[in-house]
Design a protein. Structure first.
Length: 219
């Protein structure tokens, strides 16, 4: 559960990788931080907005000045990702009276786009999201990197191993696809690249806290 309102983060504070059971909107009021999450790594500063989707995970490293961040409820029509708004102060003032109205104001004034990091860990994260069957060894060889060093470096940047990141990317995709699936879960598991239905069930339960059947019924 995400607590809505303004949170203050100390200079140099680090939040280890964590997952939220609901989507939410983070508006950076002051300071800044580097975020590495399921959809990439970027630096967020005052005036920027980070939209987090359902069951997304990320870690954060705050700058020397720390940061003040306004968390608002997630709303339909605002896709996960980072961008900016022209008047974060107006959003903060409105949030004091009506957080949901403030979230709608963010949606109305949101400008998508943020400068993404482009080091090799970010290229690997993108490759793992695009191709969950990606073999790490050949990828590392093509990048002229040592596979063992790749695993360690990726874990430092993203707070999770490439293997785990890949499984979670596949699982998140399966969770979203469940809304459109009406057939056998065994067939669905194979269609989504899992070894079997039991593997699908374990992965989705670990990610969401619910079985695939429950996830399909509550979404």
């Amino acid at each position: 559960m995400t607590r809505h309102g303004i949170g203050a983060h100390a200079a140099g504070e680090r939040l280890p990788r964590h997952r939220h059971a609901e989507g939410y909107i983070a508006v950076v009021l002051d300071g800044g931080f580097e975020e590495a999450g399921d959809d990439g790594r970027f630096t967020a500063r005052a005036g920027m907005v980070v939209v987090h989707g359902l069951y997304e995970a990320h870690q954060d490293r705050f700058e020397a000045r720390g940061a003040r961040v306004l968390n608002l409820p997630g709303i339909p029509g605002l896709a996960p990702g980072a961008g900016s708004i022209a008047d974060s102060d107006a959003v903060a003032r409105l949030a004091e009276r009506d957080p949901l109205a403030a979230a709608h104001l963010v949606r109305e004034t949101f400008i998508p786009g943020a400068r993404q990091a482009a080091d090799w860990p970010d290229l690997l994260a993108e490759a793992l999201r695009t191709d969950p069957d990606l073999a790490l060894g050949p990828w590392a060889d093509a990048m002229r990197l040592d596979p063992a060093s790749v695993s360690r470096g990726f874990a430092r940047a993203y707070g999770v191993s490439p293997k785990r990141f890949r499984l979670e990317a596949r699982t998140r995709r399966a969770v979203l696809a469940l809304t459109q699936w009406h057939g056998s879960l065994a067939i669905f598991a194979a269609d989504q690249g899992f070894a079997d239905q039991a593997h699908l069930t374990r992965s989705i339960t670990a990610l969401t806290g619910h079985t695939p059947g429950k996830v399909r019924s509550i979404r």
